[in-house]
Write a protein that binds this ligand. Sequence first.
Ligand code: FMN
Length: 409
Amino acid sequence: MAARQLPKPKELAAWLTPRRPQLDPTARRLAQAYTVHDLRRLAARRTPKAIFDYVDGSAEYELTLRRAWRLFRRVELVPQILQDVRGIDPSANFLGQTANLPWVLSPAGLTGAIRPGGEVAVARSAARFGVPYGLSQYTNTAVETVAAQAPGAHLWMGAVMPRPDQRDQAKRFFDRARQAGCDALVVTLDIDTPGSRFRDRRNGLSFPPRLSPAAIADAALHPAWWLDFLSSGPIDLPHTFLPDAAPPADPLEPSNAFQTVDDFAWLVQVWGGPVIAKGLNTAQDARLVVDAGAAAVVICTNTGRQDQGPLALRELPAAVAEVGQQVPVFLDGGVMHGIDIVAALALGAKGVFLSRAYLYGLMAGGERGVDRANELLREQLVRAMAYLGVTRLDQLKPSHIRLPRPAHA
Ligand SMILES: Cc1cc2nc3c(=O)[nH]c(=O)nc-3n(C[C@H](O)[C@H](O)[C@H](O)COP(=O)(O)O)c2cc1C
C-alpha cells in the first residue's frame, strides 16, 4: 500500500492557483465553443429567430441539409500508424494561387443584415486565415469598401446569371468587381425558382425586418442585436441587377427560365478571367459547363432552393472522373467539421466551399466568431491529417475514408 502523507502547502498552492479569468464575454463564449455546432448553438441564442432561421434553415422539410450533415458524420477515417507526420501543411492551390487552407468562404447574401458590417468581418478573417472569400452579389457592402477595409483579402465575386436585358448592368458590375481586385467570378447556376423555405415563411421574414409584434417581442430578447442593427443605417444592395423588364407574373416562374449554356458561355467571355460554376449537382452538368469554358466547378448539395436533391459527397467521384483532369472540382454544402473537408479531398475535390460554418461564427461573436470557425476547422483538419498519416493534402486518397452504402428505402 502506498505510504500516506499530508500534502505540503507548496504542493497545494500549485493545485489551487486560480486560472486567470477571461473578462471579455465574447472571448469567453468563443473559447468554449469546441465545434461549429457549438457556434451554432451560441448563434441561436444571440440572434433574432427570423435571422438565425434565414441562415440555419433550408428548403421544404430540410432533409437535404440534415442528410449531408449525417453522411459526413458517418464517414470513417482509415488511419495509418508509424508515419512521420511532422510539419503538416494543409495548404492548397486554387486556380494557380496558394490558399493556406483548402476552403473558400462561400457567397452568402445579406451577410451585412445578419450582422452589421458582416462582409468586412468575414473578409478580414479570410485574409488572416489565407482563404478566398466569395462575396455575394447580394452583399450589403460594396465590393470596393470590402476590399479597402480588408486589406490582403483574396476576393472572388459571386454573381447570378443576368437576364438578356441586364447584360449592360452586368458588364458594369464585372468591371467594378475586377477593379476592386476580384480575380475570379463564382456564378450560381441553380435554377432561380425561390425554394419554399417554411421557416422564413412562418417567420414572415423580410429585409429590413418589419416591426411586427413578434419582432418587438424578439427585440426584448436580443436588445444588443437590435441596437447594433438599428444604428447601422439602412440595408443596401449595391450590386443587384435592377429589373429592366417586369418580373414574371407567375411567382413560380424562375427569372432565369430562358437561360441556356450559351448565356453561360457569354458570361465566361465577358468576364475574361476564371469563372467558377456553382450550384450544379452532377457529373453531366459539370461536363456541360466545362465545355462552355468554366475554369472550375463546385458540386453542390443544394440546401436552400430545393429539398431531396443529391448529396455532393456522393456525386463527387463521378464529377472528378468526368472533368477532374481538366479543371479543379470543389464540394459545397454541409461542411461543419475538418473531417468533412478531408472526406471531400480524399474523393478528389481540390477544396470545399462553406457558408453556414462561418455565418454561425459571425452570429456568435462577430469577426472573432468567424475566426473561431476558421480556427476550429483548421485544428480538426490538421488532427485528421495526422491520424491518417499524411502531411500534405495531395496525399489524401479514396482509400483514406470509408463511406456508408447509400440506403434504399
Ligand atoms: C444565408 C445564406 C445565404 C446564401 N446566399 C448565397 C448567395 O447569395 N449566392 C450564392 O451563390 N450562394 C448563396 N448561399 C449558398 C452558399 O454559398 C453555399 O453554397 C452553401 O451555403 C453551402 O452550404 P453550407 O452553408 O452548409 O456550407 C447562401 C447560403 C446561406 C446559408
